[in-house]
Design a protein around this ligand. Structure first.
Ligand code: GLY
Ligand code: MN
Length: 463
């Protein structure tokens, strides 16, 4: 937990930005796997965590913007709970630890909200993403769950985004811890993958490293010889020679901050010529993106510049043709690069995605609907203090190849005969995490090998 002052200050800024009404923040509850008492790992809601630092289920926070009164709502453990779960700080102790002066039992939340509504005060709440919080909000506010997203407070969302988008020095230290653990996870995989090992063994080892830091994973591990599937969570294959192994994984610190990196390396000792050629195109796109990172530069422009590097490279290998700018404007490069260049990262691996990408990544303005660009989570001009990922990739997705070929989609720019020869290639991406500084950007964490030579040197340790 950060100091009490950090949380007091964060809530004060929030209250002043929202200005009027009552802010209602719901923490997360335990989430059952197969029966009520057998739960998934508890993860606090990130916004609740940001303003309270409290990692305990079934809490709510009410902030009166006008009076400044703050109430932490939750129930103390009974002796029955203590027998099974151990002694815990009381709600009052938890509140005092982070500078909240009032507490109340859960059964008072209804009347607190009702009084606000009766007094014609706006109740600001966030779009809920868990079913139990949807039910709580439905009960409290009499809004159907399907309508809750539309009724959520845009003022509250924008105020939170403006705070959480700019990381403070103490947050950067925590994020960098997560990134350094993430680097260790990738190095371990680079040193253990060889033909005969299973994807599941690699996934288990990187999970162990994240959890051994008293933290966790920041998202489900992608450890696969089928990197063409962007979020491939299947770990049932045995590694064979001649493929690319794609690892995308990240650690989360005990305070909830995320790292997120990807690496791609040959399953054998060396890249094949074809793998090296494609990998180097993706790597040039990656370096181009890094060279453009600076405050004031729109991330969408960096994404498009990256797409142009990929298009040029794919043209040089005969996969694409025509004018590069026209090809990128038409979205033809999305055959190989169908996703976004990167995303914000912080307490969430895709930071604040629950609040709405349009608010987090586009300042409230509309996102492109074009295939490829529609998956770009961040488009707006960068600011010092932003933390984000850079993760361009090149993928040969058989279903996409077949679909576009059958439809003649972007046929002007794509050489389908040549592309088809690579339909079993797989995919590659590198991913690193950056802090935007006042005059550019800084890589977070220790560098991971990413040139062909450096990756092959690291891979030699596996044999
Ligand atoms: N590393 C997973 C993702 O960014 O979607
Ligand atoms: Mn990512």
């Amino acid at each position: 937990m950060f100091s009490k002052q950090t949380y007091i200050e964060r809530r004060k800024v929030l209250r002043e930005k929202v200005g009027s009404g009552v802010i209602l923040l719901l923490g997360n509850s335990e989430s059952p796997m197969n029966y009520a008492d057998n739960t998934y790992h508890f993860r606090q809601d990130s916004t609740f965590l940001y303003y309270t630092g409290i990692q305990h289920p079934e809490l709510a926070l009410v902030i009166d913007c006008e009076s400044g009164k703050e109430i932490l709502i939750g129930d103390n453990y009974t002796i029955d709970d203590i027998v099974w779960m151990g002694q815990q700080p009381t709600i009052e102790q938890r509140a005092l630890e982070v500078g909240i002066s009032s507490t109340a039992d859960t059964n008072t939340l209804g009347s607190i909200v009702l009084n606000a509504v009766k007094g014609e005060r706006r109740v600001h709440f966030l779009p809920p993403y868990r079913p139990d919080n949807k039910i709580k909000l439905m009960d409290l506010l009499k809004i159907h769950p399907m309508q809750l997203n539309n009724s959520a407070s845009v003022e509250l969302i924008m105020a939170i985004v403006s705070q959480r988008n700019i990381k403070t020095a103490e947050e950067i230290i925590e994020i960098e811890k997560a990134v350094n653990t993430t680097v260790e996870m990738h190095l371990a995989a680079m040193r253990m993958v060889r033909p005969g090992i299973t994807e599941a063994q690699v996934a288990a080892e990187v999970t162990r490293i994240a959890q051994a830091q008293n933290g966790n994973l920041s998202f489900p591990v992608i450890a696969t010889i089928n990197g063409q599937t962007l979020h491939n969570h299947y770990h049932g294959n045995t590694v064979v020679d001649g493929k690319l192994f794609l690892l995308d994984c990240g650690a989360e610190t005990s305070m909830g901050y995320a790292g997120d990196m990807s690496s791609t390396f040959p399953t054998g000792k060396k890249f094949t010529t074809e793998q090296k050629e494609i990998y180097n195109i993706a790597l040039s796109a990656h370096e181009k993106a890094i060279s453009m990172l600076a405050p004031g530069v729109a991330f969408k422009d960096i994404h498009l510049a990256t797409a142009k590097v990929i298009t040029e490279g794919m043209k040089s290998m005969g996969f694409m043709r025509g004018n590069t700018n026209d090809a990128v404007a038409a979205g033809a490069h999305a055959m190989f690069f169908p996703c976004g260049l990167g995303h914000m990262m912080g307490l969430d691996v895709h930071d604040m995605e629950d609040l709405g990408e349009v608010f987090v990544g586009y300042d409230g303005s509309e996102k492109s609907k074009q295939f490829g660009l529609k998956s770009l989570r961040l488009g707006r001009p960068l600011e010092a203090g932003n933390v984000l990922t850079i993760e361009p990739g090149i993928y040969f997705i058989p279903d996409l190849i077949d679909k576009w070929r059958a439809e003649g989609h972007n046929a002007e720019f794509l050489n389908f005969d040549k592309i088809d020869l690579y339909r079993n290639f797989g995919g590659c991406r590198n991913e690193e995490d950056f802090l935007i500084t006042s005059d550019g950007a800084r890589l977070l964490g220790k560098p991971l090998p990413k040139t062909v030579a450096d990756v092959e040197t690291e891979r030699a340790k596996a044999f």
